[in-house]
Design a protein around this ligand. Structure first.
Ligand code: HEM
Length: 421
């Protein structure tokens, strides 16, 4: 059984960039060949730690944003907020206030937990439980705050896709809080505290909580988790110790005006509803054909083990491809997407049923990458235009793109010069 190893133990990004020279896109293209690097984290060694660490691990290291430093948490809440200020100097002042407040409070929450900040908080008696809080910035905020020249071209709007069913209320946002932990009370309390601390300046835009199976319930906590469709999801991902992890996932910005994002990452969030009744009405073999992998083991069709490289050229006795032409993994494969690579982390969500009786459950899909223009976008375009067999069973209802700056000197918001005052 494969292990999840997304805990970055590899060389530092600086070393990586030096080692890979001009890296960036060249590295990305090379990564297409290296292709079948696999995911996720070495929870095995850290299992006890992941369940109830005395303090969060997120504040421990500089460099990568907390969400990438810590193993994928079992609980997450993402909240996008808009600044109340409309434009200009007021927006800049408000952005500065909000980010300074969050920077201070996040440091304290990572270090000691909420109950040391707020008397009577619900987290009394709980460890921070791997709390990791990550900040993101939306391009519209930079624009309105007079920092348009600091917007990386990487933040160009994600194009519309034919299969999109986006609802404006689930899209965009000036700022994002991505709060993860092993305990839902820790997550919810941290979110409430952080949003409450800046309530005068922000208005929540959308919020979505997600979960993965807990390590405590898992037969093998280090195995790749399953989504609500029952698929092993997250197999093919850049490995944190792979030299290409840096070029594929971390942003490189030598330009002084974009230095605030050097070493950060770009996060695409998609709220993807799953039509689970339709999905489970398919035979298991048909469900496997949709993705191109076995439900039991996650092995590619024609393969044996989850880590086997999919043989996209293999044909059956009838001459038809073993992995169907419209299978999700064929269309999303690097050979079909100009070598696109991103770190995918999916979280399940389940909000029950709406008033029309429709199940409101699916995937909070997150993709972390050096450049969405060569990461998420070409893959989604390939899925869209290639007629992904998965599409009849999913609805993309929300979409947002955020710049996630690196942590510097322990400060989750080190880019103070973005909003001078
Ligand atoms: C609800 C929606 C989705 C579901 C249920 C889903 C499920 C899966 C599953 C089960 C796999 C195979 C195991 C793995 O490698 O993780 C996979 C692979 C993959 N998916 Fe998705 N996926 C969804 C949406 C997306 C989206 C929106 C993208 C990007 C635009 C994407 C990109 C990929 C990529 C790049 C791979 C690896 C392909 C390869 O083998 O090289 N998926 N997905």
């Amino acid at each position: 059984m494969r292990r999840r190893t997304d805990q970055p133990h590899g060389p530092s990004r600086r070393n990586l960039l030096t080692a890979t020279g001009a890296a960036g896109l060249a590295g990305l293209a090379a990564g297409a060949g290296a292709g079948h690097a696999v995911a996720e984290h070495r929870l095995g060694q850290e299992h006890g730690h992941a369940l109830a660490p005395a303090r969060s691990r997120a504040g421990d290291r500089d460099g990568m944003p907390p969400a990438l430093l810590s193993p994928t948490p079992s609980q997450v809440q993402m909240v996008a907020v808009d600044l109340r200020a409309e434009a200009g100097g007021r927006t800049r002042e408000a952005a500065r206030r909000v980010l300074r407040t969050w920077s201070r409070e996040i440091g304290a929450l990572h270090e000691h937990g909420l109950h040391t900040r707020v008397e009577g908080a619900p987290t009394q008696g709980l460890f921070p439980a791997s709390l990791g809080i990550t900040l993101g910035l939306g391009a519209p905020l930079l624009d309105r705050a007079g920092a348009g020249d600091r917007i990386p071209p990487h933040m160009e709007e994600i194009p519309a896709f034919a299969t999109d069913r986006l609802e404006p209320g689930w899209c965009g946002g000036d700022l994002l809080l991505h709060v993860g932990a092993e305990d839902p009370v820790v997550v919810s309390s941290a979110v409430g505290h952080l949003v409450g601390a800046v309530a005068g300046d922000v208005r929540p835009r959308w919020s979505l909580s997600g979960f993965q199976r807990s390590a405590a319930a898992a037969d093998d906590p280090a195995a790749t988790p399953r989504n609500l469709m029952g698929q092993i999801d997250g197999t093919v991902n850049p490995h944190a110790s792979d030299p290409l992890f840096g070029p594929q996932v971390l942003a490189a910005h030598p330009e002084p005006s974009l230095a605030w994002m050097d070493g950060g990452t770009y996060l695409v969030v998609r709220r993807i509803r799953m039509l689970l009744d339709d999905w489970y009405s398919l035979d298991p073999a048909d469900r496997e054909a949709v993705i191109g992998r076995r439900l039991s083991s996650g092995a590619p069709l024609g393969g044996v083990a989850e880590d086997d490289r999919p043989d996209l050229a293999a044909t059956g006795e009838d001459g038809a491809p073993v992995i169907p032409r419209d299978a999700h993994i064929r269309l999303a494969a690097p050979g079909n997407t100009l070598g696109a690579r991103m770190l995918r982390r999916g979280f399940n969500y389940d909000l029950g049923w709406d008033t029309a009786g429709r199940r409101q459950a699916g995937l909070v899909f997150t993709a972390w990458q050096a450049d969405p223009r060569t990461g998420f976008t070409p893959v989604q375009r390939a899925l869209d235009e290639g007629g992904d067999a998965l599409h009849p069973f999913v609805r993309h209802e929300g979409s947002a793109l955020f710049a996630v700056p690196p942590v510097r000197d322990g400060d989750p918001w080190a880019a103070h010069d973005l909003f001078p005052g």
